[in-house]
Ligand binder design. Structure first.
Ligand code: KUQ
Length: 825
């Protein structure tokens, strides 16, 4: 018998699988709690969560290491998902599902008379994102691991994630989200892979070893990027991919000269400045704010990630870049990391001594760009002057890229200077700007939108000229959501019911969920489906009670709109409908009434005044309605504070009616719409974004469509007279009267004037009142449909059954088939 331990070296890792029976889990848990954390059962519950997470993490490590080794093998092509946001939410429960140790974990906790649910809910959400774009990145990571795709996520380890929203007197208050305060058991610091990021300085020309002129970027202030790895487990497949998040730090803790000269605090300031880069996530969704620190974040992420990839490549391939483009692809999540186009050029030319043409071939064959919005206010452009002082070498490279590009433009459209001006990466004018979307398109071999309509509008509208120049670059990739988190984990009752009928393979192949349609005429199945929804509604009602102090009667229609607060998403339209229902109750117009509980939730960007007014208005109306004895159970309105990933896991399984009511043409895709659909909610929606594809999948009979379509919206804008609409519609007139007369702000004079003015503005870009009549009428159809419980249940089943297309597994397979071309396995 050998007395040597199994070796676990750099090349070779063969740790034995740890036992996963409940006794072993319990033993490990107790050891972590007492011997590692120095706490005991009966301590504050956060430490129970921490101890159990460390226990579970042990079960991930071998697979994590082996997956990494697989990726490092020669010839394995890899994709890098570069994103300023990853909205992961909680991890513990998700890993338990993926490792298939949920039951054992429950039992293990029971040994200590603990409830697993309570421990799971101790975890702080990792809120490193604003909304759909950040959550999409997290769903993508989940699907790539499940599909065995070698994809590495690159992001920023913000010290403060998305702010916590508190409601005080109906107003939003923002509180800092210091999510790392108690430590994070899911991250692994890897200081050995630290990168140096340059800022400022200037350019010098030198002669290199081949006696050729060579650019050097010198006199810079350098910042360190320290990677923290987060494991992304695949579903029951022993794969663990990596999300690498960069944290900023100073190169030398103190500037020693200043320190010795007695300027102690000045020396510390430098450290502060560097660390500010990864301090906070910018809380703006679908709008750009132009802050210098934000550009620093973008460059910090791009440079650290590219250097990391080039480092790994150089080690394995001896600095031979001839086949780099065949084995690496960078997916840019919107324009946020787009400076990567210029940075890859810089690294290849300045640091790896490639020629411009070699570097451009590699760059333009490895970059792929996803656009997420058509809204002009979200299109990033940075002042040239800012680039000049912050990133002078990158500006130089951008100018060079632009010069080459404009040659291609004039070759395609000879003599058309208008075209050159309008397509130039540099916007001329009093202030010059770098147009990041154009840099992304020029530098990428693929440009995609996130839903069919959105992609069509990109090539026909916003990027029309580029489409004419390079039609082959443009493609669509309709978004999705991961069925692991959003059904299997969030909705265990529904999951069990479905799996009893068709087995559990639908969790990894969501198309199979279609086969529950065969049970749609079984009264038993329908009854069970109804009961599952009812149980989920009880859970949500409890949450609404504790969070909003509003009583939701579970026999009512649960009507939900949760998403970032934005005018284009039209929470106001929803609110107008609520006022209309209230008004009907007050005027006793309630024959065939359907009781409704309306839930609205979402954060407003701190600087977005009108969005904040919408929150205040919702809360004021809720106060009036919920405390009016004429109303009772007929109508409730609640505003859910601090909406986020974990709240959604309780909300979407309990929802009957999903509100997706954006102005047509404005919501690029939407992803909440998909989470609701999977969980058996019926949608009331406009012909916008992925709603269109949801409607296609589920059919007209199982979807409530209303409002103008994108074309009609553009037509309507030519002559829009909201005051006339009010004049000609008695219901709308009464609703606007209630709003205007101070009924909902009797002691707060004038606070909703901005909202009223925006609705009545003939230039209202969101055309809210144009869709009022259609929306109200369609809502009435919903109410009547809900009264037929049997057919409503069938609609609910049809929605879940038809949701197969909206799995991110499908989305990732399409990215891989058309853009990345990686081998799984
Ligand atoms: C922009 N743009 C700046 C943070 C986020 C942004 C900073 O992306 C979702 C879509 C959704 C779209 C959202 C988006 N977020 C666009 C953003 O509004 O329609 O579903 C994922 O593609």
């Amino acid at each position: 018998m050998s007395n040597k331990r199994t070796l676990c070296t750099k090349e070779f890792c063969q740790m034995d699988k740890l036992p996963t029976d409940s006794e072993s889990l319990a033993t490990d848990f107790e050891r972590y709690l007492t011997r590692h954390l120095g706490r005991f059962i009966g301590c504050i519950p956060f430490y129970l969560y921490e101890a159990f997470s460390l226990t579970v993490r042990d079960h991930i490590m071998t697979d994590w290491r082996n997956t990494w080794k697989e990726h490092e093998k020669k010839g394995v092509k890899k994709a890098y998902y570069m994103s300023l946001e990853f909205l992961i939410g909680r991890s513990l429960g998700n890993h338990l599902l993926n490792l298939d140790i949920e039951n054992e974990s429950k039992e293990a906790m029971n040994i200590f008379a603990l409830a697993l649910e309570d421990i799971i809910s101790q975890e702080h959400d990792a809120g490193l994102g604003n909304g759909g774009l950040g959550r999409l990145a997290a769903c993508f990571m989940d699907s790539c691991a499940t599909l065995t795709l070698p994809v590495i996520g690159y992001g920023i380890r913000y010290e403060y994630g998305m702010f916590r929203q508190i409601i005080k007197d109906g107003y939003q208050i923002e509180e800092p989200d210091h999510w790392l305060r108690n430590g994070n058991p899911w991250e692994l610091e890897r200081p050995e892979y630290t990168q140096v990021i340059k800022f400022g300085g200037h350019i010098e020309m030198v002669t290199n070893h081949n006696r050729k002129p060579h650019v050097v970027w010198v006199g810079t202030s350098d910042v360190l990027a320290i990677p923290y790895d987060v494991p992304i487990s695949g579903y029951k497949n022993n794969v663990v991919n990596t999300l690498r998040l960069w944290s900023a730090s100073t190169t030398n803790i103190f500037n020693l000269d200043e320190f010795n000269a007695g300027s102690y605090s000045e020396a510390v300031e430098v450290k502060n400045d560097a660390e500010h880069i990864s301090m906070v996530l910018y809380p703006n969704d679908a709008s750009e704010n132009g802050k210098e620190l934000r550009l620093k974040q973008q460059y910090f992420l791009a440079s650290a990630s590219l250097q990391d990839v080039l480092r790994m490549w150089s080690v394995n391939e001896n600095n031979d870049f001839s086949h780099f483009a065949q084995q690496n692809v960078f997916q840019l999540n919107d324009t946020h990391p787009t400076i990567a186009v210029a940075e890859l050029m810089r690294l290849l030319i300045d640091e790896h001594y490639l020629s411009w043409d070699e570097a451009w071939d590699i760059t333009s064959q490895t970059m792929a760009y996803t656009n997420h919005t058509l809204l002009p206010e979200a299109l990033e452009k940075w002042p040239v002057s800012l680039f000049e002082c912050l990133l002078p070498r990158l500006l130089q490279i951008i100018y060079e890229i632009n010069a080459c590009f404009l040659k291609a433009v004039s070759a395609k459209w000879p003599g058309d200077t208008e075209k050159q001006i309008s397509m130039s990466i540099i916007e001329e004018g009093e202030v010059q700007y770098v147009r990041m979307a154009y840099l992304a398109i020029v530098g990428s071999f693929s440009v995609n939108g996130v839903a069919a309509l959105h992609s069509k509008l990109l090539s026909e509208g916003l990027f029309k000229n580029f489409y004419e120049l390079w039609p082959h670059k443009f493609n669509n990739k309709t978004n999705g959501v991961t069925p692991r988190r959003w059904v299997a984990h969030a909705n265990p009752l529904m999951t069990q019911l479905i799996s009893e009928k068709i087995g559990d393979n639908w969790v990894r192949n969501l198309d199979e969920i279609n086969s529950i349609k065969q049970y749609i005429d079984e009264p038993d199945f329908c009854k069970q489906w109804f009961n599952v929804k009812l149980e989920n509604k009880k859970k949500l009602a409890e949450l609404v009670k504790t969070q909003c102090d509003v009583d939701f009667n579970v026999n009512s229609l649960f009507d939900v709109q949760v998403k970032r607060i934005h005018e284009y998403k039209r929470q106001l339209l929803n609110i107008l409908h609520v006022i209309h229902l209230y008004n009907r109750i007050k005027r006793n117009d309630t024959v065939n009434w359907t009781n409704r509980c309306v839930l609205i939730g979402g954060k407003a960007a701190p600087g977005y005044q009108l969005a904040k007014s919408i929150i205040k208005l919702t809360n004021n109306i809720a106060n009036v309605i919920n405390n009016d004895s004429d109303v009772g159970d007929k109508l409730k309105l609640a505003f859910m504070p601090n909406y986020g990933v974990s709240k959604m896991q309780i909300i979407c399984p309990a929802t009957d009616l999903s509100e997706q009511i954006s102005t047509a043409g404005k919501e690029a895709s939407g992803t909440g719409n998909m989470k609701f659909m999977m969980n058996g909610a019926v949608t009331i929606g406009t012909y916008d974004g992925a709603n269109i594809e949801i409607l296609d999948a589920v059919g007209n009979d199982n979807f409530f469509l209303f409002g103008l379509n994108a074309e009609e919206v553009e037509q309507q804008k030519k002559g829009y007279y909201p005051s006339q609409l009010v004049e000609n519609d008695e219901d709308l007139k009464q609703v606007m009267h209630l709003l205007g007369c101070g009924h909902f702000n009797s002691f707060e004079y004038g606070i909703f004037d901005d909202i009223i003015a925006s609705l009545l503005n003939p230039y209202d870009p969101w055309l809210t009142l144009a869709d009022f009549r259609s929306y109200i009428d369609t809502q009435e159809k919903v109410s009547l449909a809900y009264r037929e419980q049997d057919s409503w249940v069938k609609m609910s089943i049809m929605n879940t059954a038809s949701s197969g297309f909206f799995s991110t597994d499908r989305t990732m397979q399409e990215y891989n088939r058309d853009i990345w071309k990686l081998n799984s396995d």
